[in-house]
Design a protein around this ligand. Sequence first.
Ligand code: SER
Length: 874
Amino acid sequence: MKSQKIRETFLQFFNSKNHAIVPSAPMVIKNDPTLMFTNAGMNQFKEFFLGNGTPKNNRVTDTQKCLRVSGKHNDLEEVGKDTYHHTMFEMLGNWSFGDYFKTEAIDWAWELLTEVYKVDKSKLYVTIFEGDSSEKLERDTEAFDLWKKHLPENRILNGNKKDNFWEMGDQGPCGPCSEIHVDLRSEAEKAEIPGAQLVNADHPQVVEIWNLVFVQYNRKADGSLENLPAKHVDTGMGFERLCMLLQDKKSNYDTDVFTPIIREIETITNTKYGQNKDQDIAIRVIADHVRAVAFSIADGQLPSNTGAGYVIRRILRRAIRYGFTFLSIKEPFIYKLVQVLSDEMGQAFPELKKQQNLIYNVIREEEQSFLRTLDQGLVLLDTIIAEAEDKEVSGGKAFELYDTYGFPIDLTALILSERGYALDEQGFQTELQKQKERSRAATKVETGDWIYVSLNEESFVGYDTLESPTRITRYRQVTSKKLGEHYQLVFSITPFYPEGGGQVGDKGYLEADNGDVIYITDTKKENNLIVHFTENLPKDVEGTFKAVVDAKQRKRSASNHSATHLLHQALRAILGKHVEQKGSMVHSGYLRFDFSHFAKLTQEEIVAVEHFVNARIQEQLALEEQRAIPYEQALGEGAIALFGEKYGDAVRTIRFGKSMELCGGTHVNNTADIWHFKITSESAVASGIRRIEAITGDAVMHYFAEQDMQLAQISALLNNAQEPVKAINNLQEENNALKKQMESLLQEKSGNLKKELLTKIESKTDASGIKINFLAQEIDLDANGMKDLAYQIGNEVENLFVLLASRYEGKALLSCYIDKDLAKAKNLNAGSIVRELGKYIQGGGGGQPFFATAGGKNPDGIPQVLQEVETYVS
Ligand code: SER
């Protein structure tokens, strides 16, 4: 059975049991502070388990794109080394939200596997939770009895809390689980060791394929368990492993999910999979990682230097460096795999096909830039090796390479061992650990449990009003490095807009009936709850309040949000329909919009875009809002939806004239309220992605006033020139002419200096007859001038050893040049010499064995430097 058919069969089976088939949620999560990536099928349903939302269907099924590369579930380092772990994988699942429980979950799993997929029953084992006394949890005898209908008792194994009690993270929904394992070994192997002994023992051919979780508890912040309001089922089957089983393979990578990609890697890199252990690992790493990276980019997450983007960058870099080291490919090639990936998976995941070009370009650019970094790292590593004492490179140096240049430690270790050098791995690990602790301390958040005050419904009224009477329904205390100790409140009714769709959360205040006021500093959404941030709790949390949004800030954010829609429309009208939103940030002070486009915008294009938006503002287009219309209807009416966003069945649309988008943000009532739109910058974010920053309303007024002021100052500096541009041109010409004059004067000066210095060279000869032409002198040149001069003399005089010093801008500079042959013959190292001499000028330096420089803050030490080097050479 082909993988496409395997996926389809799963969904149809559960559909026939009255499950609604729903699409995969985006793999990159945008509005959950506790999770960066979807790591299990149940993530998108978390709010239903917690009781914060009501599902439209209480039985659903899907295939979910998952990524396990950070947090509690992280398989990254395993991937490639074995044949059954992945960074990105598909999880097939069926869910019951307070509907059926263990009986149906177990019976249907068995029916699908053995009657529909026709898996040989003798290959299957199941596990049940054995109980845990420290948590006061009993053995799951109910599951045991249910399985007994299908399998002999000796195939139903007990499992401990680690394997058979599933938790999503440190907090949240959880419960006992039953896993289904398959034994894919040959009969001979089975006769030797019974499969039961290998379940959950990391054997590549005895693997878990399906996990049935019976969700019934919530893990609280203090570590205790509480019962959830209802019992649910969450199952997850590893799609790639199921394919391995049904296609009778010994490795996930031998299924048709991976073979087309692997064939392509073989062709591009001229290798053969299955012949060499290291190369096979590299090929698996690349085949796996290209999927993770491509799907993330399709979901709108570009590689970057922070957060989720950094995780994606590291995954791609891991693939590049496996290719670099084990397949000897020193140029970009992973981007070439995007085509087959899109051919194979584009049907099930159309976002991949639609964004194929973007994915291709972004990966290629990342590859180019990382390969450049690797090159620079190699040069630096040469210097480090040259300076290494006792043939060992310190952990600190290796860490610097890793941290500053992204140079991976295993590559450093490999190169060092090839050259016969040792690496202080322990020292490296210590530095790494220190850095991890620093960043952990910087991002640590301690979240207390919710304390419930009143049992009111929680609703949002912020589209219609900025003020509302309200009560606090629940609150909790949170401590984070960024905000310190603070409180988070949920209101019965709130006019506060929670951060979302790029728009910042509202600020404002809460006023108690007795006049007490507390300030709301931010508003965010978490698992469908609107959470208000505040430094202080009101004195009487049970009282009644007036919630008031800061109207001025809100008006500015709304103006910037509406302008963002008009900007999007303008870009598509002026640059073309290929423009797609790739990121948006709507602040009260400005807006930022990232979009796909291949070239820098010309000045004419920028002006045309500004004109377009300002024309829509002048047309005074009224806001036309639809609150809850079916998703399909909205698309039919022409609304723009974004990749990587999760939309519900009922959506909100925002229309101004011909601009229509799906959007949850707040907007002006009429485009005239935006007043004016001005682009302040246009730049590149990544290959094929541009960024525009712009302002609206009173920010534009301030901007022009500021520009006017600057222009007046410039005119004044130019002696009130009427035509400042012309005056500046004249100044530049004059300046260029002076620079030329200066250069020729300097050349003359250094020519004279060279002549003078040549006369000062002293010849010395050591006991073994090696001649040294030595010069130590203070001169009046900058660092570049000294370097040029030293090299010039070195070209004319053999066996030269020069130390030049100068006073420059209140500092001391040293340059040391040693002829290559001389350095070899006498085992001299300019780097170590300047480092030693640096002490006398209160500074330091370094460089290569043949040329090195130092700088220090004590120019008065120069005479002593000259004295010391003289003594040294003598
Ligand atoms: N949540 C469970 C898992 O990820 C089953 O879907 O294994």
